[in-house]
Design a protein around this ligand. Structure first.
Ligand code: NAD
Ligand code: MG
Length: 387
């Protein structure tokens, strides 16, 4: 029996994870659930899954969580709260598997704590790889932690690398597939609304990643993520638009052979794969019906209409803290767009301004990464307030 802690249990990946875990209650126990601030949603999940620990990141809500659990006769569940407890939980000896499904750089602290403690990490929180970069991978290597990528593209690449030799790894190319998002055919993006931006054609996801998919920043963050997860330089990472989202990503080897992973667009597949690896278990996703799909197509991404994809390559080449600055600028600008304080095209504009003003040397510690992230958020906020 493996004990599982889910960071970001009230989100989209959290829900998919709980669905897979409930199908395999003989192998996995839901040990802890965390949420940012939605007390009632977290208490409802506790009523259904009976964890030992419930954690609310917003510590001002600790009493409210205790009351919500008591009102459901769940006072035996321990109540934890705050960022320090997030790190403590990720490293707790009783926990075998940490599912890191917080959105944004807020996931950095529990991700590093899980990595330092040598856990199995099911890593959905791409922003922590984007910001943590080399240091995160080094921490994992040093502790002997197991990193299983949950992001569907990286999970597909992980699967497609099975059997790759050291020599293969030095010559291969990664091909990340992208759906193209909701605006693949839309020429004028100046009047895009929030409702249009979060309506993804193929995947049902949280709001932030949905907007990132609409700007192609999501694919840019995934290029950076792939660079660190698989130790492949950006000149060997390609992006191809594949609107059917059947092929989740591919590896091209020295002999031009391409190995890919295919499946329905359902995050339960990479979650199930990562939970049970090296075994395979049913996650509940539909089988692929090839005749029903009919056609698969491919096209080049449009770097002009979606400049943030190019910014990601630029940030990787700039090295140092550029990826952290880009990620922070994007998070602040997406949040402002979702709150209807910025236009859609201002998201890319904020990223451009911040890349031009705030590129830094590579932070060598987690504290320095968090500090640069904080400073970049403050600066972005200052910049966009004037627009
Ligand atoms: P979501 O918005 O649906 O859920 C986010 C979760 O994080 C919630 O449980 C929320 O309570 C928690 N959270 C938010 N801010 C927090 C904070 N400051 N401190 C602590 N907890 C906080 O997001 P999602 O779509 O589930 O995505 C989660 C992560 O997984 C993101 O990094 C995303 O890029 C990645 N991802 C998601 C999908 C998907 O299909 N949804 C696919 C690939 C990767
Ligand atoms: Mg993805």
């Amino acid at each position: 029996m493996k004990n599982v802690a889910i960071f970001g249990a009230t989100g989209s990946i959290g829900a998919s994870s709980l669905d897979v875990l409930a199908r395999h209650a003989d192998r996995f126990q839901v040990f802890a659930l965390t949420a940012n601030s939605r007390v009632e949603a977290l208490a409802d999940l506790c009523a259904k899954h009976h964890p030992k620990i419930a954690l609310i990141a917003d510590s001002t809500k600790k009493d409210a969580l205790a009351a919500a659990l008591a009102s459901r006769n769940l006072s035996d569940i321990e109540v934890w709260a705050g960022e320090a407890d997030l790190a403590k939980l990720a490293a707790l000896p009783e926990v075998d598997i940490d599912i890191l499904a917080i959105v944004g750089a807020a996931g950095l602290t529990p991700t590093f704590a899980a990595a330092q403690a040598g856990k199995r990490l099911l890593l959905a929180n791409k922003e922590s790889v984007v910001c943590g970069g080399h240091l995160l991978m080094q921490t994992i290597a040093d502790s002997g932690a197991e990193l299983l990528p949950v992001d569907s593209e990286h999970n597909a690449i992980f699967q497609s690398l099975a059997g790759a030799s050291k020599a293969d790894r030095q010559s291969l190319r990664l091909i990340l597939t992208a759906s193209g998002g909701p605006f693949r055919h839309r020429l004028d993006l100046s009047q895009v609304t929030v409702e249009e931006a979060v309506a993804h054609p193929n995947w049902s996801m949280g709001q932030k990643i949905s907007v990132d998919s609409a700007t192609l920043m999501n694919k840019g963050l995934e290029v950076i993520e792939a660079r660190w997860l698989f130790d492949v330089t950006p000149d060997r990472i390609d992006v191809v638009v594949h609107p059917q989202s059947l092929i989740h990503s591919m590896v091209q080897y020295a002999d031009s052979s391409v190995i890919a992973q295919l499946g329905s667009a359902d995050m339960r597949t990479p979650i199930a794969y990562s939970l049970a690896w090296p075994e395979r278990i049913d996650g509940g996703a539909k089988r692929v019906d090839f005749p029903a799909i009919g056609q698969v197509t491919f096209e080049e991404p449009d770097f002009n209409r979606f400049p943030q994809l190019g910014y990601a390559y630029e940030a990787l080449r700039a090295g140092g803290g550029a990826s952290i600055v880009l990620n922070a600028a994007n998070e602040i600008a997406v949040n402002a767009f979702l709150n209807r304080r910025l236009k859609f095209l201002d998201i890319a504009r904020a990223c451009r301004v911040m890349l031009d003003t705030m590129v830094q040397s590579a932070p060598m510690t987690l504290e320095a990464i968090l500090e640069l992230d904080r400073a970049a958020r403050i600066k972005t906020q200052e910049v966009i307030t004037q627009w």
